[in-house]
Design a protein around this ligand. Structure first.
Ligand code: CS2
Length: 489
């Protein structure tokens, strides 16, 4: 079968409606994984098609591995976005990505691209851990890679190091800065990255830090589309559908949402108003709704489900008591939210349930369970903190944290080892190894990990007690029966 490529586009499959040869690279995107290609890139394709402005082509960069580049380059960086829903599959070919750089092979090439006047936006999907932040959301000055980038700022390894060095070059050459558009699941992600960039720059040059603070736009955005890791079966399904070999497709659900704070320099963003992206003044209510309801429930289903042997989120949400539990969790989280304009939160949660049920999307619990120390703070610790401040119980949230605590203990309920992937896995494991077996000893050990639990929360006796109680129940009865008991209370 012929390989997908500029000269080998399939017939009858939706594809970008602009002339790819006219594309100019206005965006450098750090982190060209499945999420970016299934979400942001499809919006850019739509914007360029509807808005008739070809200056928003994308040069992607991988900050670690050559894998994506090696798959994409032989097909001219074209790839298939396979939409899978209850009504069946459909495919589109995405055209906006024109090149993929592999940063560690040649940091100078990526920096030159970012410093080029044609680049007006640097966007990022580097996952939560890629920002090297501490539990308070400030730059983690002890992070080995941040320390390395302070020593050798001209050859950075972190996203923050790249942003700051490229901005420095632009300032020195009198080129207007690019806007920085983070697209990861972090609250106030624009503000957060602005602070990280300022703190990193301050470690090198105070004037640069002040210039960044004054001159660079960091719009926040809320991104949403479920796009699990691609399997060999997905690659085969794409080939059958489009009649071409595609080594780098992405798979996603039909739903997508992108809410962006419209705070770009003049003429500084793609014509997204021609798409279903929402350009708003205040993203925060949208972010909180999405992080706490969607991602919070995702994490719950991932830990509860994984421990009892559910392979996917769909399998976990099909377990009646887990399904009921998700509703209970939402009941706890909903009062902490501000309703975003134009949204009915009940409709929103009903839609979420339908999205989790999508039988065509196989999102592994193990994948969602990954990096819990980086995800749970904004998904569940923040609403827990707010509920405690309002004097309200946190039973459901504590139940999820208890399941997480079991998960990072490294053994599932059938006695099999768990491959725990988390930047804090060793720290968490070490804390647990030194602790006794009682629930309070296990919970106290985990709460002592400051990179995840800040002092006031870890020391709040109501938080600690709720966790110990939940952990005891899960340890004594197993997570399924513990959930049954909790629901009966
Ligand atoms: C998931 C997210 O892996 C995870 O932690 O919760 O990737 C989720 O699928 C996306 O945020 C959906 O927009």
């Amino acid at each position: 079968m012929q390989r997908l490529g500029p000269g080998a586009l399939p017939d009858g499959v939706v594809r970008f409606g602009y002339d790819r040869r006219e594309l100019r690279p206005g965006i450098v995107h750090l982190g060209v994984g499945a999420f970016f290609r299934a979400h942001v890139a499809t919006y850019l394709d739509d914007a360029m098609q509807a808005g008739g402005d070809p200056r928003w082509g994308v040069i992607g960069a991988s900050l670690r591995h050559p894998d994506q580049r090696d798959r994409l380059a032989p097909q001219g960086c074209l790839y298939t976005a396979l939409q899978r829903g209850p009504e069946g599959d459909s495919a589109r070919i995405v055209g906006c990505l024109t090149q993929v750089l592999v940063a560690p092979e040649n940091p100078g090439a990526l920096l030159a691209r970012m410093a080029d006047p044609m680049t007006r936006i640097v966007s990022l999907t580097v996952t939560e851990k890629g920002y090297c932040r501490d539990a308070e959301g400030r730059l983690d000055a002890q992070h080995p890679e941040i320390m390395q980038d302070w020593r050798t700022p001209l050859e950075p390894v972190t996203a923050i190091g790249y942003l700051v060095e490229a901005l420095r070059r632009r300032r020195d050459a009198n080129i207007a800065p690019f806007a920085v558009l983070p697209c990861d699941n972090l609250p106030g992600n624009g503000r957060l990255v602005a602070g990280l960039a300022r703190d990193f720059a301050a470690g090198l040059d105070d004037k640069l830090a002040a210039w960044i603070e004054r001159s660079v736009a960091f719009p926040s955005s809320m991104v949403d589309r479920i796009a699990p890791a691609v399997s060999d079966a997905d690659i085969a399904a794409v080939a059958a559908l489009i009649g071409r070999q595609d080594a780098a497709p992405v798979v996603h659900e039909p739903f997508r949402q992108w809410v962006i704070e419209d705070r770009f320099p003049r003429d500084g963003r793609p014509p997204l108003e021609h798409t279903d992206a929402q350009l708003v003044k205040d993203v925060e209510p949208f972010e909180q709704m999405k992080l706490r309801l969607l991602n919070g429930a995702h994490s719950a289903l991932a830990y509860l489900g994984y421990l009892v042997g559910c392979e996917t989120i769909g399998d976990a949400v099909a377990v009646p008591v887990f399904r009921a539990f998700v509703q209970r969790l939402w009941g706890e989280v909903l009062p902490t939210l501000k309703r975003p304009p134009g949204i009915d939160l009940n409709d929103y949660t009903q839609t979420l349930m339908r999205r989790f049920d999508n039988p065509a999307i196989r999102h592994r619990t193990w994948q969602v369970a990954m990096d819990g120390s980086q995800k749970l703070p904004q998904r569940l610790l923040a609403p827990a903190r707010e509920r405690l401040a309002a004097g309200k119980p946190i039973t459901a949230i504590a139940h999820v944290l208890a399941a997480w605590a079991r998960y990072v203990g490294g053994v599932d309920e059938a006695g099999s080892a768990i491959d725990v992937r988390d930047p804090l896995a060793t720290a968490l494991r070490r804390a647990l190894d030194g602790a006794g077996t009682s629930s309070s000893a296990r919970i106290d050990a985990l709460l002592s990990v400051r990179a995840m639990f800040d002092e006031p929360l870890a020391r709040d006796p109501r938080f600690r007690t709720a966790l110990i109680e939940a952990y005891g129940r899960v340890a004594d009865y197993g997570v399924r029966d513990a959930t049954v008991q909790l629901m009966a209370d």
